[in-house]
Design a protein. Structure first.
Length: 196
């Protein structure tokens, strides 16, 4: 239940512990752990300043407020999490196809399993309300309304049963189990030109 990752000299650089139970935590709680208990009480501008000045992250000017928080998550939580962690209740802006949580409309019923600094498996309950789905897709598309899938929305209007699912990246799982640093080490790229 422990996976040792070694460097080129066979020195152990990391041991990943897969013993149960695996930690579970809501997205916002994880953000508060690294960015401050009051992170979500700050204004958008205050969050931007804290992320750049205190947390030393590069925040691009075009980032929306939720993208600033997501950047904090990616750099200070996801990339530094090696043992299994289920992240739950992510902001609805991050997963536009997921159903909103009944108790908190700002989050969606979703999990992301993080192991070894990468997302191994996402899972969520599908959003099947065509009106809410249209609003989410329009918000995500911004000015580029041609990106909205009208056929998909029409199908939702005709009725979609409750659905859900999960994904598992076999290539990432192989990387985790073997300690490979590159995806090239675990899957075949037959169309690559040979090195000369």
């Amino acid at each position: 239940m422990q996976i040792e990752h070694k460097d080129a000299d066979e020195t152990i650089i990391r041991t990943i512990d897969l013993k149960r139970p695996w930690r579970r935590a809501p997205y916002r709680d994880l953000i508060r752990e690294v960015a401050g208990r009051n992170w979500f009480d700050l204004t958008s501008e205050q969050r931007r300043v804290r992320a750049t000045e205190q947390l030393k992250l590069e925040i691009l000017p075009q980032y929306a407020d939720f993208e600033v928080t997501q950047h904090v998550f990616e750099k200070l939580i996801e990339e530094k999490t090696f043992d299994p962690l289920f992240v739950t209740h992510c902001p609805k802006e991050l997963v536009p196809l997921a159903r909103q949580n009944k108790n908190d409309q700002s989050v969606v019923d979703v999990y992301e399993l993080i192991i070894n600094g990468v997302e191994m498996s996402p899972g969520y309950t599908e959003l099947n309300d065509p009106d809410v789905q249209r609003l989410r897709l329009e918000e995500q598309a911004g000015e580029e309304t041609q990106k909205i899938d009208e056929d998909f929305l029409l199908a939702l209007e005709h009725g979609m049963l409750p659905a859900g699912g999960f994904g598992l990246g076999i290539d990432r799982l192989a990387m985790l189990l073997t300690g490979a640093e590159s995806i090239r080490d675990v899957i075949l790229f037959p169309l690559l030109k040979p090195k000369k």
